[in-house]
Design a protein around this ligand. Structure first.
Ligand code: SAM
Length: 271
């Protein structure tokens, strides 16, 4: 069965960033459900897309699901787009899609621009691992809790330019001004900019340069904290009481805490 519902990624700034397949699909569908019809109209006019538009945003997604399901049941083809990038990524889509799955309607996604992947592709990282947490919470306590939860992986989030400095100051307070971060601004647009540096560097940069437009941030993964000597000796004693040999103790602790085996072995003999 061919899909009758298409999730279509649209540009995140540069209107040319749309695939041939996305255009073919948007030209072939009867209806396009979009976050804001005024925004999607610009794209449709540029590319001669004649589908009928109707709004589907976070405040009416559930109700619009019913309309979309009836259109599909009438054999109409429907596409979903958001104002920018990939629907469902910090944008509406997920409520609607879960309703379509319940009805066993075949859906497909036409991939394209997304601010997270565009940004990450430009950031040198030691590890492939990352966590994308969407928009970072505004509340300072919740913000720090979230960042602490993901501190051992590269943590990517969306933030508004008005709150960015406050968020970076919160990061500085909690993790230190030498913490490494990256900020992507206005990606794919004329004033695209990517800055990578310590929190202190970034604060200094944006104190002297304009901070406008759309922003994506990555807090680089923090190294696992190693144990201090007192804590190491405590762990060694605990393992000794359980009957582990000095050799096993050095293996276990180096595996769990990334400590040097010989150092632990020596400590195990001395304590
Ligand atoms: N669905 C979109 C996607 O695929 O990336 C994200 C939509 S979310 C409502 C909008 C947020 O994405 C912006 O506030 C900003 O944080 C980020 N964003 C979108 N376009 C961007 C761009 N061109 N440069 C940097 N960040 C961008």
């Amino acid at each position: 069965m061919n899909p009758r519902f298409y999730i279509v990624a649209t540009p995140i700034g540069n209107l040319s960033d749309i695939s041939n397949r996305a255009l073919e699909i948007l030209k072939s569908v009867d209806y396009i459900a979009c976050e804001d019809t005024r925004v999607t109209k610009v794209l449709c006019e540029k590319y001669g897309i004649g589908a009928k538009l109707f709004d589907c945003h976070k405040f009416n997604e559930k109700e619009r699901s019913e309309k979309i399901i009836s259109l599909i049941e009438e054999e109409k083809k429907v596409a979903l787009v958001s104002d920018a990038g990939t629907p469902g990524i910090s944008d509406p889509g997920s409520v609607l899609i879960s309703e379509l799955y319940k009805k066993d309607i075949k859906i497909t996604s036409i991939p394209g621009a997304c601010a997270v992947s565009t940004f990450l592709s430009m950031i040198p990282r030691k590890s492939e691992e990352y966590a994308f947490i969407g928009f970072i919470p505004r509340n300072k306590k919740q913000q720090i809790e979230k960042l602490l939860e993901y501190r051992h992986v590269n943590c990517v989030f969306y933030e508004s330019p008005n709150r960015l400095m406050e968020t970076i100051n919160n990061i500085s307070e909690e993790f230190g001004s030498e913490t490494k971060i990256a900020v992507g601004r206005e990606l794919t647009k004329v004033f695209e900019e990517v800055k990578i540096g310590t929190v202190a560097d970034i604060i200094e940069y944006y104190n002297n340069n304009p901070l406008k437009g759309e922003i994506v941030v990555m807090l680089f993964a923090q190294e696992e904290a190693s144990l201090n000597e007192v804590e190491l000796i405590q762990k060694i004693k605990l393992l000794k009481e359980q009957g582990y040999s000095q050799k096993d103790i050095s293996k276990i602790i180096s595996l769990l805490y990334g400590e040097n085996k010989n150092k632990i072995y020596k400590l195990a003999i001395e304590n």
